[in-house]
Write a protein that binds this ligand. Structure first.
Ligand SMILES: [Zn+2]
Length: 621
């Protein structure tokens, strides 16, 4: 978009130690009810929270006579001149950190450099520092060798009256007999005695502190200085406007504010297209975070009364890789767009933060900034170490910030970015915001439903796979329609199955209306099953009934034959029974009606009675 930026300053570091993010309780209290972009700083350096009352042992147990002394001269606007003076008797070699991406010089006041080279910091110090390189040199001198390295830092200190914070470049040098660093602020400034530290593996205060001056003995060879101070007077404020955006900036940062307004204005139309809403107005300002969190909070928007407030951007972020401040600025703007789209951070913070990170990195990367790439790498690296069970995200809210905030940001980013990967990147979310319409998305079930509509597939299932407790309303909606058609299309003859399917359908709809999606889905699925199989079940039922009837009838007809041997035995003594006994009676002999004797078996009774009749007849004749 043709946005020009001032060159990145030699600042941010990338070290193994830097990934051990520590956020103090104090920081957490300040994060309360703010939507911060903390997660953006997972890989950035942070201050150790340990403050030692006494300095640790000296760097070198057997001191050599050489020495490094640093001098930081800070002006009214925070611009800092850096001098590194090295002295050593005779000949020898050493190395010192210098900027990699900006100008620096060295001058020998006494003696000569015979040979020198620039190396990676990792080659001499073990860790890689992104903005620095190591100047290694071999020298000789008839007397004392004296060399001075010089470079400048535009934002050595950030200043918004009445506060200012100086944060030194990375100090790095070959271990020497003695090392020290002094900070000199403008006349009238006052260093806060409780907020002046040298920070390496340990932290400790200055050996001398007076007004605008502090002197630190350096007990480690890899260290930074952090010094807070107060200034008299009020900040000289300027107001810049661009479209819907208004930036309230201190005069000394007006150029930087203008560049950020260019960014906002440049991406506004495409972000309106993405989120499907416009913003009435957005106010922006710089801020200096608390002393303990100057490098752990990128920016924030306050959240109160269900509304998000002005965008606040941490000035120190300008010292990170080019594009990092733009990512933070976009991150906070996304919170505004999401709120305008009726998605509240109060109930869906994980979605807010995940979207803010994903969208900001994608948009700024498309503009060609290096900082967006490094941000993505940091987030991916953090996410790769996570167990992919993110149930805890659903309990995340502005009112209850977790201690391991970085995990929450990384997990949120992971979920949002992986859904984008599966369903079409930023276009997927553009579809999502178009499907929302006038709906207010207040919980994960409804969110998953709209995400599913945009994906044309059930996202609730994907979220469930990541440990979310979420109902599948997308399946419910398709089940309702499917069940309605299946039950409604059933022939009324298919009973009682049509009736039962209809009852299940009504139970399913009632359960969904009561918010019980799981029961609703089960009822509806059962209704569909029953409706589909109703014809066959009806036929089967009819067949079964007919078969039962036929069986009974056949059973009735299949009466056993008379048991003649028994009858013969009975009639012994009366002579041989004639054939008449086993023939059906003539003249409609009503065998069936002779039920006056026998053993309960009608057929036998009838036959025997016939024989009795026949026998009686014989007797009478
Ligand atoms: Zn955020």
């Amino acid at each position: 978009m043709g946005i020009r930026r001032i060159p990145a300053l030699p600042e941010a570091v990338r070290t193994g130690a830097a990934r051990r993010l520590k956020v103090s309780d104090h920081t957490m209290r300040n994060a309360r009810l703010r939507l911060t972009s903390l997660g953006l700083f997972l890989a950035f350096t942070v201050l150790a929270s340990t403050v030692l009352p006494l300095p640790p042992a000296a760097v070198d147990a057997s001191p050599s006579p050489d020495s490094y002394s640093y001098r930081f001269l800070v002006d009214e606007d925070g611009f800092t001149r850096v001098e590194v003076n090295y002295s050593s008797p005779g000949t020898g070699s050493s190395w010192v950190f210098v900027p990699k991406f900006s100008n620096w010089t060295h001058a020998e006041l006494s003696g000569d450099i015979e040979e020198s080279e620039n190396l990676t910091t990792g080659a001499v110090a073990g860790d890689d520092y992104y903005f620095y390189q190591a100047f290694r040199f071999r020298f000789k001198s008839a007397g004392t060798f004296l060399m001075t390295v010089r470079f400048n830092m535009t934002l050595g200190a950030v200043v918004i009256e009445p506060r200012g914070v100086f944060y030194s470049p990375q100090i790095g040098f070959q271990e020497a007999g003695r090392a020290s660093a002094e900070v000199l602020l403008p006349q009238g400034d006052t260093i806060d005695a409780g907020k002046a530290f040298a920070v390496g593996r340990a932290s400790y205060g200055p050996s001398q502190l007076k007004g605008n001056y502090a002197l630190f003995e350096l007990y480690e060879n890899l260290v930074r200085l952090q010094v807070e101070f107060s200034k008299s007077g009020k900040p000289e404020m300027r107001t810049l406007k661009r479209g819907i955006f208004t930036f309230h900036a201190v005069e000394r940062y007006v150029d930087l504010a203008g560049e950020l307004l260019d960014l906002y204005d440049g991406v506004y139309n495409s972000t309106v297209e993405l989120f499907n809403v416009t913003l009435p107005s957005v106010d922006v300002e710089f801020f200096i975070p608390d002393f303990d969190s100057i490098l752990t909070v990128g920016g924030y928007v306050p959240f109160a009364g269900g509304r998000v407030g002005d965008i606040h951007l941490n000035l120190f972020v300008e010292r990170f890789a080019e594009g990092t401040l733009e990512v933070v600025a976009l991150h906070e703007l996304v919170h505004h767009f999401l709120s305008q789209a009726r998605i509240s951070p109060g109930s869906l913070l994980w979605f807010h933060e995940g979207m803010a990170q994903y969208v900001s990195v994608e948009v700024v990367d498309a503009l060609g900034y290096e900082g967006a790439k490094t941000e993505r790498e940091s987030l991916e690296e953090a996410a790769s170490g996570l167990i992919k069970r993110f149930y805890y995200l659903q309990y995340w809210s502005p009112e209850s910030p977790p201690a391991n905030m970085g995990t929450y940001y990384a997990a949120s980013y992971y979920v949002i970015s992986r859904l984008a990967e599966a369903y079409g990147g930023l276009d997927y979310y553009a579809r999502f915001f178009k499907t929302i319409g006038d709906a207010r998305i207040s919980d994960d079930d409804v969110l998953a439903y709209h995400l599913s509509l945009a994906a044309n597939a059930s996202v609730a299932r994907v979220l469930s796979g990541w440990g979310f407790n979420v109902a599948d309303l997308y399946i419910s909606s398709s089940l309702i329609e499917e069940a309605r058609l299946a039950v409604g299309g059933l022939n009324p003859l298919f009973q009682p199955y049509k009736y039962l399917a209809g009852w299940l359908y009504r139970q399913g709809v009632a359960s969904l209306e009561e918010g019980d999606a799981r029961a609703g889905n089960l009822y509806l699925a059962a209704a569909i099953f029953l409706a589909r199989w109703a014809p066959l079940l009806t036929v089967a039922t009819v067949v079964a009934v007919v078969a039962a009837v036929v069986y009974v009838l056949r059973a009735r007809r299949a009466k056993p034959k008379p048991v003649l041997p028994d009858a013969t035995a009975v009639l012994e003594g009366f002579g041989k029974p004639d054939e008449v006994l086993v023939k059906p009676p003539k003249n409609g002999g009503r065998l069936g009606t002779i039920q006056v004797c026998g053993n309960g078996k009608l057929g036998e009774v009838s036959a025997i009675s016939s024989r009795h009749q026949r026998t009686s007849n014989n007797l009478r004749s």
